[in-house]
Write a protein that binds this ligand. Structure first.
Ligand SMILES: [Cu+2]
Length: 319
């Protein structure tokens, strides 16, 4: 029997192979360009408007949120502003590279570029690694990179209704030396996204912001501990973490947790679901009292008229 291919089926075969080529194309990773400029600037560090000399990525504490997908190539450029006095660097915890090469420091006026593949999904801290690291980090040189899993959402990683980023760090007394910072001498307060009691109108009359959600929504929080020496004991008062993704990776899921430890320079993802049938409030605290009562309390309001823009469309860091 002779094999006959009708013109139509040939067309089908060609179309199919073209489509599979296209499909192969879409799994090829993107290159994501990220640029940051180090700025040594005076920044407001509480709700009353007090300022302190901080060292920053792009002028904010924490620095910009970097968000990519697992498998993406991050093409990163760091500029150390010529007006700065210090050398600085960038250490992405999501990168597997050479500490003496990619992560080396650059002088004011210099520029540095390097690439890395975001191989593992999850949430990772980034920070300055220039000497003294204790001073560079505790003056505000840190942030988060979120690497979304390539498999996307599913039963093991449900799509959240709201997403927030919280980065907790140190505030030392103005002018504290690098040596004293290393020993945690003259520690003053905990910063939540750059401010003491940033989202806590209950404990700080000057606070104007709080996290919001509607009753019953799944709220996902990406939490980074940028303290230079101390752990965070993260607890949602009047709630239970529905899921905790260690390192933000859905393969490391724990269920029904009350308090989770976040070591210095570690980050994880937590999901919280409030009761559906009534408005409630949570206080998301670092349950270590020294931290909680000095700034590390965040209020989450779960009510019907929750601001539709908060925690949506990459509005992850409330400012
Ligand atoms: Cu630095």
């Amino acid at each position: 029997m002779s094999l006959k291919i009708k013109p139509n089926s040939l067309l089908l075969v060609l179309t199919a192979s073209f489509l599979s080529l296209l499909a192969a194309e879409t799994v090829v990773a993107r290159t994501v360009k990220v640029e940051m400029t180090v700025k040594e600037v005076d920044l407001v560090i509480d709700n009353a408007g007090t300022t302190q000399k901080m060292w920053t990525y792009d002028g904010t504490v924490p620095g910009p949120v970097v968000r990519v997908k697992q498998g993406d190539l991050v093409d990163f450029t760091l500029l150390n502003d010529v007006k700065n006095k210090q050398s600085h660097s960038m250490d992405f915890h999501a990168a597997v590279v050479d500490v003496l090469d990619e992560f080396s420091e650059i002088k004011p006026g210099e520029k540095k570029n390097f690439q890395f593949e975001a191989k593992y999904p999850g949430v990772f801290m980034y920070h300055c690694g220039a000497s003294s690291m204790a001073e560079h980090i505790s003056r505000g040189m840190y942030g988060i990179i979120i690497v979304d899993p390539k498999d996307g959402y599913g039963p093991d990683y449900p799509k959240p209704d709201r997403e927030y980023v919280i980065v907790q760090g140190d505030l030392f007394k103005d002018g504290t030396s690098a040596e004293d910072r290393k020993w945690n001498n003259d520690w003053q307060a905990a910063l939540i996204n750059g401010k003491v009691f940033h989202y806590d109108p209950v404990h700080d009359e000057n606070a104007t912001l709080a996290l919001e959600s509607k009753p019953g929504e799944r709220v996902r929080i990406y939490y980074v501990n940028a303290h230079i020496n101390e752990s965070v004991a993260l607890h949602p008062i009047a709630g239970i973490w529905d899921r905790v993704y260690e390192n933000g990776n859905p393969k490391n899921t724990r269920y029904g947790m009350q308090t989770v430890n976040i070591a210095p320079a570690y980050a994880l993802t937590v999901d919280l679901i409030s009761p559906k049938d009534r408005p409630t409030n949570n206080a998301i605290v670092d349950h270590a009292m020294k931290h909680a009562l000095n700034g590390a309390i965040t209020i989450l309001l779960n009510h019907e008229d929750a601001d539709p823009k908060k925690g949506r469309d990459n509005n992850l860091v409330l400012r």
